[in-house]
Design a protein around this ligand. Structure first.
Ligand SMILES: [Zn+2]
Length: 307
């Protein structure tokens, strides 16, 4: 008989983001990667609506071991490049210039696509190896930092700032968003993507949902929370989608991981791949409606003259 899993965080705790009262949402272990047996609690804030862990796990670094995000030198897969191109398209026409700060580029798949469209990218990346590769292979100015809120103020202001699937990993997301807004040129564009706690999948799958990715995802923002917070910081909402190619791929992955009994130990087989495809088709009428998809990409702009 194995010992009961350890629980993190007090039984009731204020929201880590806004300090308001929370209610229990769910307990979960690292289902996706199985890097430890700790059990983590997520709580739902009654005020800001964010689903989050009440405190950042002390041993969080253990759950980032053996990452599998690829390498800057990897051969480009046309389908993945197309997904990145669609993301760039969402923001490029609004950008007042061709400078870009990318937070958390990892192996730089999006970075390369942006460079090819003429963007001059500065990267803030926590992984030392990725920083060296981005610099050596792509000629990107890469700053090694796991504290973007402290690094951003040292940079020149930028026409665009992007963070793809980063905000959910940050211990102090609002500090980083505030720093982003302070580094935007007038007319500058901030774009980000993140898992969607109001998605059909999270409502149905809960702790079996791949995009919860506990404990690496410290919080899940409803789009309305992010939007009202960024509007208070002076940004204007431009557009939000859940059905760009990356969003649709995230939907399929969510169903696939739900069908896998133990995703961290067993790869997908023919049945789980086929099953996830059918589930994706069956769910599409609901999942493709606005903001029911498993992740969303959203774009904001700093007005030319601050009102
Ligand atoms: Zn809150």
């Amino acid at each position: 008989v194995s010992p009961p899993p350890r629980s993190t965080g007090p039984a009731a705790a204020p929201c880590r983001l806004c300090g308001a009262e929370t209610e229990h949402a769910l307990f979960v272990t690292d289902r996706n990667r199985g890097l430890g047996s700790d059990r983590f609690e997520y709580r739902l804030c009654r005020s800001c609506g964010v689903t989050s862990m009440p405190s950042v796990p002390e041993n969080l670094a253990d759950y980032y071991a053996s990452d599998g995000y690829g390498s800057v030198g990897d051969v480009e897969v046309p389908r993945l490049v197309e997904g990145e191109r669609q993301k760039l398209e969402l923001l490029a026409s609004h950008a007042p210039g061709r400078t870009m700060i990318e937070i958390g580029p990892g192996p730089g798949m999006f970075t390369r696509v942006a460079q090819r469209s003429g963007f001059e990218v500065t990267a803030i990346e926590m992984d030392d190896r990725y920083c060296r590769e981005l610099q050596a292979r792509l000629g990107v100015r890469a700053i090694q930092s796991d504290a973007p809120a402290r690094t951003l103020p040292e940079l020149e202001s930028s026409a665009t700032i992007v963070m793809w699937h980063v905000i959910e990993h940050l211990a102090e997301p609002w500090e980083v968003l505030r720093a982003c807004v302070s580094r935007l040129e007038p007319g500058g564009v901030l774009a980000l993507s993140t898992p969607n706690p109001q998605s059909l999948q999270f409502r149905m799958l809960r702790r079996h949902w791949a995009h919860l990715d506990a404990p690496r995802h410290l919080q899940l923002f409803p789009h309305s929370t992010l939007r009202s917070g960024l509007e208070r910081l002076g940004l204007r909402h431009l557009r939000t989608t859940t059905t760009d190619q990356v969003g649709l791929d995230c939907n399929r992955l969510g169903w696939e991981f739900a069908l896998r009994v133990n995703p961290s130990r067993h790869r997908s087989n023919f049945l789980t791949m086929k099953g996830s495809w059918w589930l994706m088709k069956a769910a599409a009428p609901v999942e493709h409606r606005r903001l029911a998809g498993s992740t969303y990409t959203t774009v904001f702009q700093l007005p030319l003259a601050r009102s």
